[in-house]
Design a protein. Structure first.
Length: 239
C-alpha cells in the first residue's frame, strides 16, 4: 500500500510539472551566471592606487584642462529610489508569487556620454509581497534569503557591452552577491542617456540555487529554480 501511495504521488508530481502551468517566468531572458567575481572587480581595487599616481602628475594650467580632466573621470549620479524599483517573481507548480524590495541604494557613472559604472545595494529585509505574511516570513527565513544573517545583497557592474537585440542596448557583466555567495553575472539591459537623467530597464531570470537557495518546496507543489528580477532605474543628473 505504501509503495502504491508513493507511486501515485510521483505520478501526480510529474503530471503537475509537465501540465504546462503558465508562469510569467516563461520566455524571459536568463542571466549567465559563472563562478567567481567579475574580472573588473580586481581592477576596481587597483583604482585608488591609479588615482594616487595620477595625482602626483603636475596638472596643466587653465580651466579648460581642468574641465578635460574632470570629464575623463566621469560623473556619478545617485539612483532615485522613489522613481526606481526592484521587483521579483518566484514560481511553483500551482502559481506565481510577486513582490518588491522597498529599500535599496545605487549609483551610475557616466563618462564621455557612455555608462561606465553601476552599483546596487539592497536591504534584503525590505522584501515585500502582498500575498501573505506567512509567505513573506518564510522567504526571509534561512530557507531562502536568511535576512538576519545576510542583511544586504549587492551588484557591481564591471563591463558594458553594446547590443541591439529585443529592445536592449547593453549586456552588463558584474559581481552579484547574495546570501554571502559571489557570482559573475551577465544580463541584458536597456539604458537611455537623457538630458535630465540616466534611465535603465531590465528583466531577467537567475537560478536561485546558484546562490545557495535550494529549498525545494512541497512534494506536490515544487518551486522553480528560476527567479525573475524586474528592475527600473532612474538616476537624475545633478544641476
Amino acid at each position: 500500500m505504501n509503495a502504491l501511495k508513493a507511486t501515485l504521488s510521483a505520478i501526480l508530481v510529474v503530471g503537475l510539472l509537465t501540465s504546462g502551468c503558465k508562469s510569467e517566468l516563461d520566455d524571459k531572458p536568463a542571466a549567465t551566471v559563472e563562478d567567481g567575481k567579475a574580472e573588473g572587480a580586481d581592477k576596481a581595487k587597483e583604482a585608488p592606487e591609479a588615482k594616487k599616481d595620477e595625482a602626483k602628475k603636475e596638472p596643466a594650467a587653465g580651466e579648460e584642462k581642468k574641465a578635460e580632466m574632470a570629464a575623463d573621470k566621469g560623473m556619478t549620479y545617485a539612483i532615485d529610489e522613489s522613481q526606481s524599483s526592484i521587483g521579483w517573481l518566484g514560481a511553483k507548480v500551482t502559481g506565481d508569487h510577486k513582490g518588491v524590495f522597498k529599500d535599496f541604494k545605487g549609483t551610475v557613472t557616466v563618462a564621455d556620454g557612455k555608462i561606465t559604472g553601476l552599483t546596487y545595494t539592497v536591504d534584503t529585509a525590505s522584501m515585500h509581497t502582498d500575498d501573505s505574511e506567512k509567505l513573506l516570513g518564510h522567504l526571509k527565513s534561512p530557507d531562502f534569503l536568511d535576512v538576519e544573517k545576510f542583511p544586504t545583497a549587492s551588484f557591481t557592474a564591471e563591463a558594458f557591452t553594446p547590443v541591439t537585440q529585443d529592445g536592449f542596448t547593453h549586456k552588463v557583466t558584474g559581481t552579484m552577491e547574495m546570501r554571502g555567495v559571489k557570482k559573475k553575472v551577465t544580463f541584458p539591459v536597456k539604458i537611455t542617456m537623457g538630458d535630465d537623467a540616466v534611465t535603465g530597464e531590465t528583466e531577467f531570470k537567475i537560478n536561485r540555487k546558484d546562490f545557495g537557495i535550494v529549498y525545494p518546496g512541497k512534494p506536490d507543489d515544487l518551486i522553480r529554480d528560476d527567479v525573475l528580477l524586474t528592475i527600473k532605474m532612474v538616476a537624475p543628473k545633478k544641476g
